[in-house]
Design a protein around this ligand. Structure first.
Ligand SMILES: *Cc1c(COP(=O)(O)O)cnc(C)c1O
Length: 386
């Protein structure tokens, strides 16, 4: 269907941070399939694990035990200090799971119209519940009626959250991205998550973090919440988890881990042996190759170099980010930069109209990062001098 305005290029091969199109041309990939291919393209260990798993067993359904799924759940629970996991196939589904969990939690506590606090400029997916939760009119327009049971507040504004607590007795949870991705790579004030945690504890609300984009090492920790000294009640993952094999996960801890009972939620494909093999290998490689520390250091290096090279460019409003999640906010809309970059054999993204977004693979090497920064800075300079 006509749901995408695609760029005029098709890739047929990849290796690390490089992609080749069907004309044999090579591109530097600063986007990694929108924060999906953390290990770069076709990491040999991932390819091997997928081939081996495909020869052994691909799918059986959740009517039966699945060894890989249990192993993956244990690994994720250990890494996050959370208790249990539901597996699905995408970020939107992971957030649907969280929303259903919060509503059931409310009903279990005698709240008939459970309400979830969500943020302006957030993005949670394209299903009806997740587009309702998203703070972006563009993803909602034309799909009304939206769901009820959401109340929206500005991101990074604790006062607004406290205000809702005064007026609304139906709140059961807060759903928030620790760092907003689609909304323009927005980094909240220090202690934002700690303060949200406190408010949730005071009121018996669930703190639900959407780490679909910022999770799995990208922020310079396994999970973005680990930059704060908290544990969420619910966390959703997808993008980077399976390195391109579709998998999503909704983790829960404490009281939230006991909400779902058999029959409350399900997925046919979710957590199948192949997808879980991809995720297990992704976690293995990230740990073995110290990619989290690397993401942290490389992110700082990239931002420093961007700041240095763009220091006297008046059109640059702000350079921000955390780990390998980076945004360069310009003073004017700059969507056309994506096509201009493509002509220079560089893959970038523009989000929120005027934020150049870079989400390179965690395996990107320093020389490749320098090449990326130099190309991006040249692009921005040319954009403003035209
Ligand atoms: C991409 C994204 C989603 C949606 O994930 P899909 O796999 O496309 O459904 C949800 N939340 C955040 C923060 C995302 O970046």
């Amino acid at each position: 269907m006509n749901t995408y305005s695609r760029l005029p290029v098709s890739f047929v091969k990849g290796e690390g941070v490089w992609l080749w199109d069907n004309q044999g041309q090579r591109y530097l990939d600063a986007l990694a399939g929108i924060a999906v291919c953390g290990l770069g393209h076709c990491h040999p260990k991932l390819t091997k694990a997928l081939c081996e798993q495909a020869k052994r067993l691909i799918h059986t359904s959740n009517l039966y035990g699945i060894d890989n799924q249990e192993q993956l759940a244990t690994r994720l629970a250990t890494l996050s200090n959370m208790d249990n996991v539901f597996f699905c196939n995408s970020g939107a589904e992971a957030n649907e799971t969280a929303i259903k969990l919060a509503r059931l939690y409310g009903h279990n506590n005698g709240i008939d119209l459970p309400t979830i606090i969500v943020m302006e400029r957030s993005f949670h997916g394209r299903t009806m519940a997740t587009l309702t939760a998203s703070g972006n009119r563009r993803v909602q327009a034309g799909f009304e009626p939206l769901l009820t049971g959401f109340v929206r507040v500005p991101y990074n504004n604790l006062e607004a959250v406290t205000q809702v607590a005064v007026n609304n007795k139906n709140v059961v949870a807060i759903l928030v991205e620790p760092y907003q991705g689609e909304g323009g790579v927005n980094i909240p004030q220090a202690h934002y998550l700690q303060d949200l945690r406190k408010i949730c504890d005071q009121h018996g609300w669930l703190l639900m973090l959407d780490e679909v984009q910022c999770g799995i090492g990208r922020s310079g920790k396994w999970f973005a919440f680990q930059h704060s000294d908290i544990i969420p009640d619910v966390m959703t993952l997808a993008k980077g988890l399976g390195s391109g094999v579709a998998i999503g996960a909704c983790l829960a801890s404490g009281i939230a881990a006991e909400v779902f009972k058999p029959g409350n939620h399900a997925s046919t494909f979710g957590g199948n042996p192949l997808a879980c093999a991809a995720a297990l290998t992704t976690l293995d490689v990230i740990a073995e190759d110290n990619l989290i520390e690397h993401a942290m250091n490389l992110g700082n290096l990239i931002r420093d170099r961007l700041k240095k090279q763009l220091a006297d460019e008046a059109g640059v409003v702000q350079i921000r980010g955390q780990g390998l999640m980076m945004g360069i906010e310009l003073s004017i809309p700059c969507g056309e930069l994506v096509k201009k970059a493509l002509e220079k054999k560089l893959l970038i993204n523009v989000t929120s109209d005027r934020v150049v977004r870079l989400l390179p693979a965690l395996v990107m090497q320093q020389s490749e990062a320098e090449q990326m920064v130099d190309a991006v800075c040249l692009l921005i300079k040319e954009f403003f001098s035209d």
